[in-house]
Ligand binder design. Structure first.
Ligand SMILES: *Cc1c(COP(=O)(O)O)cnc(C)c1O
Length: 231
């Protein structure tokens, strides 16, 4: 029997709840519904269910959906690689940019936010698995990234993000998620007294691995496939 989006969401939210019980960190975990490639009708079902946080990874697609659902109470998250020349198109429209993967991008987000006289929330993305096809700072660049971010007064650094390798190997996943958690803990100690660094978010976990991610301390999971296509 084909499961509906509602059935899928019921199941995922229940899984999130039980994973949270096993988590050593006992955080409140937020479900971010990744709506890339999905139709407005499909997305409407998710909104009607009561999900407020939606994520897109392409600027053009995001802008179309942003306009379509304008006026509804949605927090849009940008989760894909962001080109600097497109930053101006999304600043002011997104609640949180998860995928800040270079100093130059940070600088541009700051510049465009300053122009609009707003502060943009960002996460710093790390490529923990050192995968060639993935974006993000290297683990060795943690201090460089955070030290630089202090200079940019129109960004608010809310946390860290990563994508794990696509595998069911739990040891590999745990290793990656634990490293991001460690970066988060260290940076909270080192930087949270800075005005524009207020770390409270660890964005990790997707359809394939969100339960492992939650057990390792994630508090935003980004899920697409399991919502719209089931497990
Ligand atoms: C597509 C995407 C997701 C969701 O992946 P699913 O496997 O469909 O759950 C999460 N994060 C990012 C950055 C993505 O691009």
């Amino acid at each position: 029997m084909k499961m509906s989006i509602k059935d899928n969401l019921d199941k995922i939210l229940n899984n999130i709840k039980t994973s949270g019980d096993n988590s050593a960190f006992n955080e409140n975990v937020k479900l971010l519904a990744v709506t890339k490639f999905r139709t407005n009708e499909e997305i409407k079902e998710v909104i009607d269910y009561g999900i407020k946080d939606l994520g897109e990874n392409k600027v053009k697609e995001f802008l179309g959906k942003y306009e379509y659902f304008k006026g509804q109470n949605i927090n849009w998250h940008f989760i894909g690689h962001l080109q600097r020349n497109k930053v101006k198109d999304i600043v002011g429209k997104v609640h949180l940019i998860h995928s800040v993967d270079s100093i130059r991008l940070m600088e541009e987000i700051n510049k465009q936010s300053e122009k609009k006289d707003i502060i943009t929330n960002i996460l710093i993305e790390f490529n923990i698995g050192k995968e060639e096809n993935k974006y993000g700072f290297d683990e060795s660049e943690v201090e460089e990234a955070f030290n630089k971010s202090i200079e940019f007064k129109n960004i608010n650094v809310m946390g860290v993000m990563c994508m794990a390798p696509f595998t069911k190997d739990k040891d590999v996943l745990v290793n990656v998620f634990r490293k991001l958690r460690k970066i988060y803990d260290n940076c909270r100690n080192m930087y949270n007294k800075c005005d524009n660094i207020n770390l409270s978010v660890i964005s990790m976990g997707m359809s394939n691995d969100y339960q492992v991610a939650i057990d390792e301390g994630s508090n935003i999971v980004r899920i697409g496939t399991s919502i719209f296509e089931g497990e």
